[in-house]
Design a protein. Structure first.
Length: 381
């Protein structure tokens, strides 16, 4: 059984040329990425016919047409994909689920089912991945940093955080800048936001009240998914460029306790003897350095313990989440099923399907991932 929840932080290193190539096509101008503030404006709100338009962009009909065609030329791969349970295939055939290469995705799932729960590791982003991007009224849900952006009790702090967002958000999405050029700006944004929180002298008790009254919401079925993984003894890594304390407080409030199988890699706060926020632990985690290569040496034992878990399910909502599995020992790209939630900016669908195995469009639930994980955890060696 896994030990109780541990919070990890990552060493900040500049991305290598392989991880962040100096080409302006590395990130499109408006590619969504996890940021320190909510990424919503009046212009980004989805129109009523968004989903209909999106479904006409890629794979307008059944995504399994390509799978059926491949059966004549690649019988082995098709046969393996055909072993995937009907419930999983049905979930992936829904109109709002998009795949550029469905045969490859099914083959990965089939391999994971063969390995079962004992070989599975789940790595997930938190903001707008495990949590909702929109509530039932269509209003944008908050990120963990957004708790301070919207803190009416601390108007001066909220204004400072929003001003920083207004300055740095355009840089994050600037298509004329490379990722390497953006990194110093992202570091500055995160540090200035964190410094403002520290300068305000936020007490832990006040922070807990802010979280309780926040508009952070779990996706539908996210609570049951986390409980299921905990019961199946499958490690769940919550890898976030947000604020780890807010994640743990939120989960404790909503679930009664942070699941024992969960490990949080995020920006963690420090407190003085009066339980006032006194700083943030190093290294800083921002949008563009979320990968396992930067795990600190002190915590590298965690991934070493996970080395026998060959199969990884990665879930995110941005391009910055793509490489959260880098650094897992004895692991390759073929061992990772990458699932994306495309919450907005629907014109990026083709870019998402080119990088993620499965893209879930405008769906504020964990139903599809849960169906996949149910099939995998049903196997125990």
């Amino acid at each position: 059984m896994l030990s109780a929840t541990r919070a990890f932080t990552c060493h900040l290193r500049r991305s290598s040329s392989k991880d962040a190539p100096r080409i302006k096509a590395a990130m499109p101008a408006e590619a969504p990425a996890e940021s320190a503030a909510p990424l919503f404006t009046a212009e980004s709100t989805m129109a009523p016919d968004t989903t209909t338009q999106l479904r006409q962009v890629i794979l307008p009909s059944s995504p399994y047409k390509s799978l059926a065609a491949a059966a004549t030329t690649n019988g082995t791969a098709a046969a393996r994909a055909a072993t995937v349970p009907a419930a999983v295939r049905a979930a992936l055939q829904q109109e709002h689920v998009k795949m550029k290469n469905p045969e490859r995705a099914l083959a990965k799932i089939a391999k994971m089912i063969e390995g079962g729960a004992d070989e599975l590791l789940v790595i997930s982003d938190f903001d707008h991945t495990m949590s909702r991007a929109y509530d039932e009224k269509g209003e944008r849900c908050w990120t963990t940093h957004g708790v301070f952006d919207n803190a009416q009790e601390m108007a001066d702090l909220a204004k400072k955080c929003k001003d920083l967002s207004a300055h740095y958000l355009p840089i994050e999405f600037d298509g004329n800048m490379t990722i390497e050029e953006k990194i110093p700006h992202m570091e500055a944004w995160w540090r200035q936001s964190h410094d403002a929180i520290v300068e305000k002298g936020v007490q832990r008790e006040v922070l807990e009240k802010l979280v309780l009254n926040s508009n952070i919401r779990l996706r539908d079925a996210a609570d049951s998914l986390m409980a299921h993984l905990d019961a199946a003894r499958v490690p769940l890594v919550m890898f976030s460029a947000g604020i780890g304390d807010i994640i743990s407080i939120f989960l404790a409030q909503r679930l009664g306790a942070v699941p024992s199988n969960m490990h949080i890699i995020s920006n963690m706060m420090t407190y003085d003897d009066k339980k006032v926020v006194s700083g943030f632990r190093e290294p800083l985690i921002h949008t563009f350095n979320k990968n396992g290569k930067v795990i600190s040496k002190e915590e590298v034992n965690f991934f070493h313990e996970m080395r026998k878990r060959d199969n990884v399910i990665l879930m995110g909502d941005s391009m910055g989440d793509l490489h959260m599995d880098v650094g897992v020992e004895n692991h390759s790209e073929a061992d990772t099923l990458k699932i994306a939630f495309l919450n907005q900016k629907i014109h990026l669908l083709d870019f998402y399907t080119a990088n993620y195995d499965v893209v879930i469009v405008d769906d504020q639930s964990m139903t599809v991932p849960r169906t996949i994980m149910d099939a995998i955890t049903a196997t125990r060696k």
